[in-house]
Write a protein that binds this ligand. Structure first.
Ligand code: ADP
Length: 536
């Protein structure tokens, strides 16, 4: 344990305390002691150095210990404070503890004094380590969030630009070139997927995964999801089946996006690892016996989403570790043959737990696998019991708009749109993408630039506004636009790379036409909104 040190501030303590501290036998731990000078302020002394432990003599006539403790608490000092002095009765000790002292030790017993101080030092060491770990974790997740945000913005532009190129609008590309572009597009999408997974894992680790609960009909939801996979399975000449065993309508209160994420992961894995036979999504209500067998200790009614396949299966050894991050069943060879990162199941398992459920696996090597996601009908309690989870209630998206997305080629472009985003490449990509429906896209890279344009005479049919501009916060810009007499009715679409909380979304919706989250598909959602505006 070399290199570990602990610093103790002795505030007017008796000689005995100093002797005890100097003779403490803490192997490998270096003790650094400081002494409070006569009449000096304890809180100020605290500020001058980061102390792990403060031992103060409450019998000292040199200072008012109650005032000293109060001032430490005002400054939110979390250091352990030990009071030493002559024997006190229980009430006096309780009074001390009430004022934030962690322990009282009578100076009359040197052995007890030694043992207690040693215990508190060990406790302070554990606390220090925990604080360090929390800090590291927090720092790491903030770092990952920042980096992935930057990378996502760039990747989205690459994806978008390659999509535009692949359309070969001017018929200037040869088939080889189109294939390269498809490759760029595919790889960028994979990279984006990986990035999202890393971000999810980091959010889970730091307890910052946001959960948006909403009521969904389990059967409708699953059958809709199944329909999406029928053609995907068809491409591999395998069958996709949907099996509803629920009696009547079952409405569950859950996070739709996270549920979709888990099932998408399970189903796409099942299709990936199945070369003949079928993949099936089943839903049913598990009975008490099954829940007991799966070690699910819940009094709540549960629903089970079961994804089974007749694929390659997973061998027994790997079944136990498959939910760990970066694990792939066949090690290197699977990675080469099928790609992937081994992160999806680890994330899925965590999501299941956050929602108060469980993800289980049964598999016979060579015959197939069955993953079952058990979820409570209502995840509210589970989510509330996890104080580290940020709960954001659902904001209804506008149904039906996404499906009509791709009719753009048939439309004639018209109108003028103002794009406000600090990324030049992003503005450029979006401008190009929208060019099919928008005749004129004017770009601004800062709020200032946008204001200058808006103060001019140019007519704008719509404004697309990023939330994080270098010189202003998008919400403030939105309010300023609304305050401009000539622009108060121009539809504004907030376009954000970062997740916006439900409360904020609600506020934004009072002034904005739509709030769209930046991702691969959001370009199409954006295009739909703009088309609606231009055609109205
Ligand atoms: P990824 O698929 O991105 O590598 P996952 O965490 O989703 O990551 O899956 C981890 C590993 O579990 C896969 O690489 C594969 O070896 C194994 N696996 C998952 N689902 C199945 C399945 N249905 N059949 C066989 N193996 C599977």
């Amino acid at each position: 344990m070399s290199g570990i040190s602990i610093s103790i501030l002795l505030a007017h303590t008796q000689a005995l305390v100093r002797d005890v501290v100097s003779t403490l036998n803490l192997r490998g731990i270096e003790i650094e002691t400081g002494f409070l000078k006569k009449n000096s302020d304890l809180a100020k002394a605290y500020k001058s150095h980061l102390w792990d432990l403060i031992i103060l003599n409450i019998d000292s006539e040199d200072f008012d210990y109650q005032k000293a403790i109060r001032s430490l608490h005002r400054r939110k000092v979390h250091t352990r404070i030990l009071a030493v002095g002559r024997l006190r009765n229980r009430d006096d000790i309780n009074e001390l503890l009430k004022h934030g002292v962690h322990d009282f030790i009578p100076v009359t017993d040197p052995t007890l004094l030694g043992i207690k101080i040693q215990q508190h030092i060990e406790f302070a060491l554990v606390q220090n380590r925990r604080r360090e770990l929390e800090y590291e974790l927090n720092y790491k997740s903030q770092f990952i969030a920042k980096i992935s945000h930057e990378m996502r913005t760039t990747l989205n532009s690459v994806i978008l630009l390659s999509e535009i190129l692949a359309e070969n609008r001017n018929q200037t590309l040869n088939p080889d070139e189109i294939e390269y572009i498809d490759l760029i597009h595919g790889s960028s999408n994979n990279l984006l997927d990986l990035l999202n997974k890393i971000l999810d894992l980091s959010k889970i680790q730091s307890g910052k995964m946001d959960i948006q609960l909403e009521q969904i009909d389990a059967k409708d939801f699953s059958s809709r999801l199944s329909r999406l996979y029928i053609p995907v399975a068809g491409e591999k000449h395998i069958e996709f089946k949907f099996d509803n065993q629920l009696n009547g309508q079952v409405v569950i209160n859950t996070d739709r996006i996270r549920l979709e994420q888990v099932l998408n992961n399970l189903i796409s894995n099942a299709i990936k690892f199945t070369n003949k036979g079928h993949v099936k999504l089943g839903i049913y209500k598990p009975d008490a016996e099954e829940l007991l067998l799966q070690k699910i200790d819940s009094n709540e009614p549960m629903v089970a989403f079961e994804v089974s396949d007749t694929g390659i299966g997973i061998n027994e050894e790997k079944i136990h570790v498959i939910f760990e991050s970066y694990v792939q069943a066949e090690g290197q060879s699977t990675e080469k043959q099928y790609g992937g990162t081994g992160l999806g199941l680890a994330i899925s398992k965590e999501i299941a737990q956050i929602l108060g459920g469980r993800l289980t696996l049964e598999s016979n090597y060579g015959e197939g696998s069955t993953f079952t996601l058990y979820l409570p009908f209502d995840s509210q309690k589970a989510v509330e019991n996890k104080p580290e989870v940020e709960v954001v209630k659902v904001v209804k998206s506008e149904p039906g708009k996404e499906q009509t997305a791709d009719k753009r080629a048939k439309r004639n472009s018209r109108g003028t749109v103002l794009l406000v985003d600090n990324s030049t490449i992003h503005n450029m990509a979006l401008k190009e993408f929208l060019s099919v429906v928008v005749k004129n896209c004017v770009t601004a890279e800062s709020a200032q630039e946008a204001y200058e344009l808006l103060e001019g005479d140019e007519h704008f049919d719509c404004i697309i506004l990023d939330m994080y501009l270098p010189d202003a916060y998008g919400k403030d810009v939105l309010l300023n636009i609304r305050a401009m007499e000539s622009r108060k009715d121009v539809p504004v679409i907030i376009y954000s790379g970062k997740t916006i909380s439900k409360t904020e979304q609600k506020e934004l919706y009072q002034e904005a036409l739509a709030v769209v989250q930046k991702n691969v598909n959001s370009y199409k959602v954006l295009m739909n909104h703009i088309s609606t505006i231009l055609n109205s």
